[in-house]
Design a protein around this ligand. Structure first.
Ligand SMILES: Nc1ncnc2c1ncn2[C@@H]1O[C@H](COP(=O)(O)OP(=O)(O)OP(=O)(O)O)[C@@H](O)[C@H]1O
Ligand SMILES: [Mg+2]
Length: 299
């Protein structure tokens, strides 16, 4: 069985009348790249602040590594909640020395984290001369000091240009390969789709969905069909108990299959009914479809 890294149970946090987090439960396991996805104001940062003991919850509980929070556990977690304050006139290396002292970790680890984040060649440049992307990578380098097992990132690519975004995403994928468990909050679907193995969709402090990203993307139960005999095709599809919805879209028939129905099974049914298809296309699901659908149904 995979190890539990974080368990959140029925967490609540109010700010006056605003329910920032409203009964949230989550499970993160070792090796997950866990995306908390939600629109602005859905409670992502508040959730991360609670699990990092920066903010106290009103109700509910969370536990790290299957136990009650302790000082030692905090050392197993590296986090970037907001842009850390670096000294602009000091070099990246000197800035990391200061962080290492605060964290009470050996300076010998600094070259390693600089290499991991691709900053080793620029280690002697002053922080103020760094690009935004490099600053973010330095923040990640700081989080890596102390060799944590879990990394927490809040909107890791905010404000970066496409190149900077790609660099951070590749770095996250690389860190995942190295075995880190990663929890990241993002309002960007694309980000979660590209970097995460698991996703929890949040809205207004509650969780609308939790599952694997692959599961969401492979939920392909929407088919485009066309044949020489469209009325016949429509009738046969309409008679199938496996079809959930059916509608004409342009020159094709859009068929949504019931959950769990294999496309092959439905295709066999059509062949048995002597239907000859001139077009069969499986519409790939995207996280975006699922996300928008969830938000539409839970305004
Ligand atoms: N310190 C605070 N005081 C009052 N309200 C707050 C505070 N922090 C958060 N909130 C409110 O709680 C709700 C959730 O905020 P939070 O920052 O957790 O959302 P988020 O999902 O991180 O949003 P974003 O994508 O914009 O970062 C919002 O309505 C926000 O205004
Ligand atoms: Mg936030």
């Amino acid at each position: 069985m995979t190890e539990n890294v974080l368990q959140i149970s029925n967490l609540h946090k109010r700010y006056g009348r605003i329910r920032a987090v409203d009964g949230l439960s989550l499970d993160v396991r070792k090796g997950d790249v866990f995306g908390i996805l939600g629109p602005n104001g859905s409670g992502k940062t508040t959730t991360l602040s609670i699990i990092l003991d920066v903010v106290n919850a009103d109700e509910g509980s969370f536990s790290w590594f299957g136990g009650t929070p302790s000082r030692h556990d905090r050392k197993r977690i590296g986090a970037i909640l907001e842009q850390p304050a670096f000294y602009p006139y000091l070099s990246a290396f000197n800035n990391l020395q200061i962080i290492a002292d605060i964290k009470e970790v050996d300076h010998g680890l600094i070259p390693e984290v600089l290499k991991t984040t691709g900053l080793y060649d620029r280690k002697n440049s002053a922080f103020r001369t760094y690009s935004l992307g490099m600053k973010q990578r330095l923040a990640i380098a700081g989080a890596l000091l102390g060799r944590p097992e879990v990394l927490i990132f809040d909107e890791p690519t905010n404000g970066l240009d496409p190149k900077g975004i790609a660099e951070i995403r590749n770095l996250i994928l690389e860190l995942s390969k190295q075995g880190f468990t990663i929890i990241l909050a993002s309002h960007l679907l694309d980000e979660v789709q590209k970097t995460c193995t698991h996703v929890a969709v949040m809205n207004k402090g509650t969780k609308l969905f939790q599952g694997t990203v692959a599961e969401v993307l492979n939920k392909t139960n929407l088919l485009e069909l066309a044949g020489n005999d469209m009325p016949g095709l429509t009738a046969i599809c309409g008679q199938s108990g496996d079809v959930k919805t059916l509608r004409q879209e342009g020159s094709t028939l859009l068929v949504e299959l019931n959950e769990g129905v294999a496309i092959e099974t439905f295709h066999d049914y059509l062949i048995n009914q002597k239907i000859i298809l001139t077009h069969l296309f499986i519409r790939k699901n995207t996280l975006e479809n699922t996300f928008l659908e969830l938000l539409k149904n839970n305004p």
